[in-house]
Design a protein around this ligand. Sequence first.
Ligand SMILES: [Fe+2]
Length: 417
Amino acid sequence: METNNQRLLHTFAALADLGQEIANTSDFAEMLRSSFHLLLGSIAIRRGAVARYDRRTDSLHLISTRGFDQISDQTFTITRDEERELASRASLTLAGATASAARFMETHQEFFVAAEIKVLLPLVVHDRLIGIVLLGEKASGEKFTEEDLETLTALARHIAVGINSHHLLAEVKRKAEENQRLYDGLRKIYKETVHAFAAAIDIKDRYTQGHSVRVGKYSEVIARELGWSDDEVEGITIAGYLHDIGKLIVDLSVINSPERFSAKESKEMSRHPAAGYEILAPISHPYADIPLMARYHHERMDGNGYPDGLKGEQIPAGARIVTLADSFDAMTTDRPYRKKLPLEEVLEDFRINTGSQFDPQIVCAFCRAFLKEIDGTKERRLLNLLNRNYDNVERLRPALTQILSEFGDRMSFSTGN
Ligand SMILES: [Fe+2]
């Protein structure tokens, strides 16, 4: 009786150790090695191995061995009948094998005899075979008792759960990586489509070639200066590319009119922000608010814009950025009815219209980024875009500084340098 109690205690202790081992170890090989050693130690067995069942190839591969180092790369084939039979058994001794399991043992008799395997423990989770444990004789040389097999079976069940959890996690990880690859692929397709659309918009409007892409790039510079996250910056860049997509429904003769618009033409043209929203809204964009940025890029801070006459903060921040980028590009490129403006005049226009048309914070972010580029503390994005049309951009420093000091941005201006 005393011996039985001791054995029970010993088994419980081994089970508790095994549970902790499986829960604590993130290294699968280490978890397997130490839990298998615990199993061997529970009955004092010197030699054994764990084999994992691979359903795709109907085979068992040794994944952990002790005292079997010379056969560590052994693989067994296994039929589905044998697999089912093994899965229904808790443990098998060589003498007590059933017909199918015996066939499996017969097939690999040479190995079992050579390795002196005495007991085979199928590792089963939810009635599915996930591997087997092969055990040599006990260190004492005694036969395995029923109690031994019960102890071993209980411990093997824990190992089976550990292996299964590892496989499930590996499978989840593989699926997550596959999803990430698919997502990256979709994102790439989305971006290429956006570029194609931007090109289509710009081709339709022959006077503003490259306008959409430049607005995207100016918006990106402003958003970065405002400290937006990478995803948000990517979103605003795309919003810049697509902001005029509604022009696709505007009559070509209006878009390409060489004169300033008549009242009728202006009305036709002013449909494009809302039309852009209608085109973009049904698409699931990987970034939020792109349809709204297109819809509201002609709104003004004072509420006198269109299509909805939103005021100040009611206008999404992204749309306020695109508004400034759009105006900047419009003023710095030739139009059919006027030449590009000198940059001093552009900045003066910003200064006069800050607060009424433009958001002061966004104007300041733009000026700050501009100054940093002039000072060489920031990559030349704006300057490279402007240098095609303008010389000596460095002379703008006083005008930029003036705007920053006027709109209460002295702090960020000085820290930005
Ligand atoms: Fe527009």
